[in-house]
Every structure is written in C-alpha cells, then in structure tokens.
Design a protein around this ligand. Structure first.
Ligand SMILES: [Zn+2]
Length: 197
C-alpha cells in the first residue's frame, strides 16, 4: 500500500487511518491543493519577466535563461505529479520538491525589486562605451529590447542593456554613450540609464 495522497501517512486500507479519507477522496483533496499551487507558480512566472525589467540587472538575460530552466523543471514535475496522482502512486517526496518551486518566481522577483528599490541614486557609476548593435523582439507584455555595448567589466565582451523603446530608437551602432549602473542594494548591479556622450 502507498501513502495517503492528502496527508502522507502510511495507509494499509483504502481509508487513511490518519485523516479518514478514502484514496479517491484523498486524490480530490490533493488535486485541489495542486491546482492552487500551480496557479500561484504560473502567476509568478508570468509576472517575473515583467517585474525583472523595472530595475533590470546587467545580467538579466542570464537570469531569464535560468528562470526558463526553473520553469521547465517545475512544469515537468507538475506533469509527473499529476500522472502519479491519477494512478494513486507514492508522491510524498515529489510533492515536497514541487512545493519548494512554487514561491521561487515570487522570491526572485522580490529580490530584484528590493535590489533596485533600496538602492541610493547617489551611487550610480557612469561607464563610457560604444554601442555595438541592437536587438528587438516584440512581445506581449513589453517585448525585449537590448542595446549591446562594449563591456567595462572584466571577462565580459558586451553588456546587453535592457533599454526602453525611447532609448532603443535613440541610439545606433557606433554611437558613443555613457551607461549608468547602480551597484544594487543586494549586490546585483543593475542598469540605470544610457546617455549620449
Ligand atoms: Zn490521509
């Protein structure tokens, strides 16, 4: 016999000795909670790309790739959980791992927001550089606009600045610019603005 899908206690009969639910009832309860968690995760995942652009970190694209992977793993877990629940198979460990994924988009978004929000405007550092190229991908929420400039950081060749539509239209490859960067209250440097040199 497996564990109860709802409360996780060991079960020797169809009815759980701990919570009193039959295996069918426990599946219904599990599904209800599972849907709520999944909805919370999806809402955070939809908001994260938008919220991460308010105080965009210099390494935003790297973070979005990482976030994409996280999203994919969580979704795979959700599919496996759903299947195992339908077959009334053991899912205690998977359930806990999945629960750990649920707040991640919210935690990541909050980290980036606090990182920018708590920063002092006096700490902006200005780096002179040149525009190398531009990249524009229209999207549902805000689209993805990047200004590629030569990097001032060691080991980096280019910085991919998450610019707004105005700055995207204003600058062209070859332009001399100054890029304002904030250190970030939590140590994550973020892009503050781009100006003509
Ligand atoms: Zn139970």
């Amino acid at each position: 016999m497996t564990r109860c899908l709802d409360c996780g206690s060991e079960r020797t009969a169809d009815q759980c000795p701990s919570c009193g639910l039959t295996s069918a009832a426990a599946e219904v309860m599990f599904r209800r909670r599972f849907l709520k968690r999944t909805a919370l995760f999806l809402a955070g995942s939809l908001l994260f790309p938008y919220l991460s652009q308010i105080y965009p970190p210099l390494d935003l694209d790297l973070m979005l790739v990482f976030f994409g992977l996280l999203f994919f793993v969580a979704l795979t877990l959700a599919v496996i959980l759903e299947r195992r629940a339908r077959r009334h198979q053991e899912l205690e460990i998977l359930k806990r791992i999945y629960a750990g994924f649920i707040p991640l988009p919210w935690i990541l978004a909050a980290t980036l927001l606090l990182n920018g929000k708590l920063d002092s405007q006096k700490k902006v550092a200005y780096h002179p550089t040149t525009v190398d190229s531009r990249y524009n991908m229209p999207g549902i929420v805000r689209g993805t606009r990047r200004l590629f400039v030569r990097s001032w950081r060691e080991g980096e060749k280019y910085e991919r600045l998450a610019v707004d539509a105005d700055d995207y239209d204003r600058f062209h490859p070859g332009d001399s610019v100054v890029v304002g960067v904030e250190p970030g209250a939590l140590g994550i440097p973020w892009y503050y603005g781009v100006y003509r040199q």
